[in-house]
Design a protein around this ligand. Sequence first.
Ligand code: CDT
Length: 300
Amino acid sequence: TRTLTVSAAQLGPVPRSATRAETLARLIRLLEAAAAEGAELVVFPEAALTPFFPHWLVKDEVELRSYFEEDIPGTGTQALFDAARTLGVAFVLGYAERTRDERQFNTAAFVDENGRVIHRYRKVHLPGFRDFQPGTPFQNLEKKYFEVGDLGFGVQAWRNTRIGLAICNDRRWAETYRVLALAGAEVVCLGYNTPASNPHLPESDNLTDFHNHLSMQAGAYQNSMWVIGTAKAGTEEGVSQIGGSAIIAPSGEIVAVARTLDDEIVTAEIDLDMVIRYRRDVFNFSQHRRPEHYTSITRP
Ligand code: CDT
């Protein structure tokens, strides 16, 4: 059987006052700890290098710029790539991307065990608002700071498997997993920053952890895939965020889960052939899907 040892590298809060070097040192420590547990692939959260700045209106242009990466790797992140190469560990890193032509995306990069970026994904499902929402304890201004991703849901062949990437809110949408699965993804890696409460739907606040796992477990099972979901957890700049980083099997079962709201490694050896077994039987796409009845989901 094909096996792979994977880790979700959960982060506790990243304060606004943290330097990039301080945050990078935390990521490197997590990468080393994961490698010591035998990890071959480590998944970091969404926007792992910074606080989740869409939670507030950043008026100062210099501050806003400081949250974006213009190069990956760049001077502030090279040491993480070097560590990956030294340790021989691949990783997924979420970060805010600013392109040469000044476009901004919420991005994840897949970096192989040689420290090379071999795949990128730009978040498609951007939650939140374009404008400041008065009267709420915090914002989600992703629609202000980022464009909708323009790379689609690509899948990257890596070693003896195929990797798909998604970011945070993407995990709540069934289409994310199905499109990745149809492209052959066996492992979906995603990071998230999820507030424990939603000021716009307070009645769901006691269900936040449930909805997190529900989304990822359903996506994994209904598409016969492994899902590695990694949180940025704890109270960050006054916003309480859930943890619950998890490694989820194609059966929908959680095989490993974080216990804290801080920096924590969650590791499991996963059986990649489980994907094939579930896809051969229950979710045999070519045998049982009926796309002629699904046309409405591709109409705007
Ligand atoms: N970062 C991100 O996408 N967060 C959203 C918050 C929305 S609350 C329903 C998420 O889906 O977790």
